[in-house]
Design a protein around this ligand. Structure first.
Ligand code: SF4
Length: 422
């Protein structure tokens, strides 16, 4: 997180956690600016792990020290789950739940009550808003879905974000058109469970059907990337797009969580180990250059050495490279919190083992690109990302936001080196 100086232009928005939070932070930035909420600092918290919550609290206290006169707004998943805790903090002026944070009304300078939090399980629709830009980012995140109907035993997210709610097709097209007109060359489709898209809409369109219609409706959009997919819910159109649509980026992040079937059952996941491998193999058959990332949890309750070994070997068997490794974190109120826990040191050691395997797999994949060329989205003057999501260090300065052809001249542990092709 960037070091904030007291003289920084207000509103300051601090985003913790996922891309959906990043998207919502842009909505709040615009609301606070338009409402003239002066000296506003907004902290958009995350509750996916205990550590994420701790960082949110620490950030609120630090910002108050740095900005004694600021109007501090605490919001996000950690706040939605425990609003009283944040309302009791002397550092905090306003507490907004995940529904209220999306409403312009919540940012009016004069407020009757400093705490606006509703029962998120009662919310039936996604809020109406259009993001026009992404401060300091070359790619834009677009929310297509909110909440989740599943109840994985380790996960607190549905209780912070409510049940599955999809953004109607028309609004997605309008938002993407606006972002492309504003100069964005890459859109990342985001949500909590994007493969659950459409289940609550008339005609129950699938994620793949939505993406197909979106790409047809916005032919000027060069690159579309999916955030994370549930291997049990990927529809036929996603496979068809992977085979036929060059604008769909050949990078798939799989919400795998584990590679052992007993653990997957105890997590209440809808897929087995073989389904993860089958998903990656099928995509690879349709799009041979496709690459895969995955969320993996280390040390889920009752996980034995053998079960962990099945998760570790999944990295090789499915060909996973971009790993997000989470040491299991007890979330109060979840079924997994009541299960027999794995020793904390073992959890840490297993997480380190998975990261190590991931780094080695990524380094080997990156070496394979040396001597080839890549379409790179320039993120700042000296760096960008390829269509395969590889970070690329540019030999000469590029223009942020542009997509340029780059010859790959070298590879490091977690990034490529390249020079722009004139
Ligand atoms: S699918 Fe499972 S892990 Fe993902 S948000 Fe829903 S409950 Fe949580």
């Amino acid at each position: 997180m960037t070091a904030l100086k007291p003289s920084d232009q207000m509103p300051i928005v601090v985003t913790m956690g996922c891309r959906l939070n990043a998207y919502e932070s842009e909505v709040m930035r615009a609301h606070a600016r338009n409402a003239g909420l002066a000296q506003a600092i907004i902290v958009n918290t995350c509750a996916v792990t205990k550590e994420a919550e701790r960082q949110g609290l620490q950030t609120l206290r630090r910002l108050r020290r740095l900005h004694p006169a600021a109007h501090i707004v605490a919001t996000g998943c950690a706040v939605q789950l425990d609003p009283a805790r944040y309302a009791a903090m002397p550092e905090v002026n306003r507490v907004l739940g995940n529904e209220h944070k999306m409403s312009a009304e919540s940012f009016r300078p004069e407020m009757d009550t400093p705490v606006l939090v509703t029962d998120i399980m009662e919310v039936r629709e996604t809020a109406e808003h259009l993001v026009e830009g992404f401060d300091g980012r070359a790619r834009a995140f677009v929310q297509v879905q909110q909440g989740c109907d599943h109840r994985c035993t380790f996960c607190i997210i549905p209780f912070a974000r409510g049940n599955n709610r999809s953004v109607p097709m028309g609004r997605i097209v309008q938002e993407v058109r606006g972002l492309v007109a504003a100069g964005f060359r890459e859109i990342v489709i985001t949500g909590v469970d994007i493969t659950g898209y459409g289940g609550d809409l008339p005609g129950t369109p699938t994620l793949g059907q939505m993406v197909r219609r979106l790409l047809a409706a916005v032919p000027e959009l060069p690159r579309l990337r999916l955030s994370s997919v549930d291997p049990a819910e990927v529809d036929a159109d996603i496979f068809r797009l992977a085979a036929e649509e060059p604008r769909l980026m050949p990078h798939f992040h799989v919400s795998a969580q584990a590679g052992d079937d007993v653990i997957l059952k105890r997590m209440k996941r809808r897929h087995a180990r073989a389904d993860i491998i089958a998903f990656c193999d099928r995509i690879r058959t349709l799009r041979p250059d496709a690459v895969f990332g995955a969320d993996l949890i280390a040390g889920f309750p009752t996980e034995t050495d053998e079960m962990f070994a099945n998760t570790a070997s999944l990295i090789d068997d499915a060909g996973l490279t971009y790993l997000h490794v989470f040491p299991f974190s007890i979330r109060p109120g979840t079924p997994a919190a009541r299960m027999p826990q794995v020793n904390g040191r073992v959890v840490k050691a297993r997480a380190a083992r998975l990261r190590e395997k991931g780094h080695a797999a990524l380094a080997s994949q990156l070496r394979g690109y040396i001597g080839t060329w890549a379409e790179v989205l320039v993120e700042n003057s000296s760096e960008g990302r390829s269509a395969h999501y590889a970070p690329v260090h540019l030999a000469s300065p590029g223009v942020a936001g542009e997509v340029i052809p780059v010859r790959i001249t070298g590879a490091g542990k977690n990034a490529l080196y390249g020079e722009a092709i004139a």
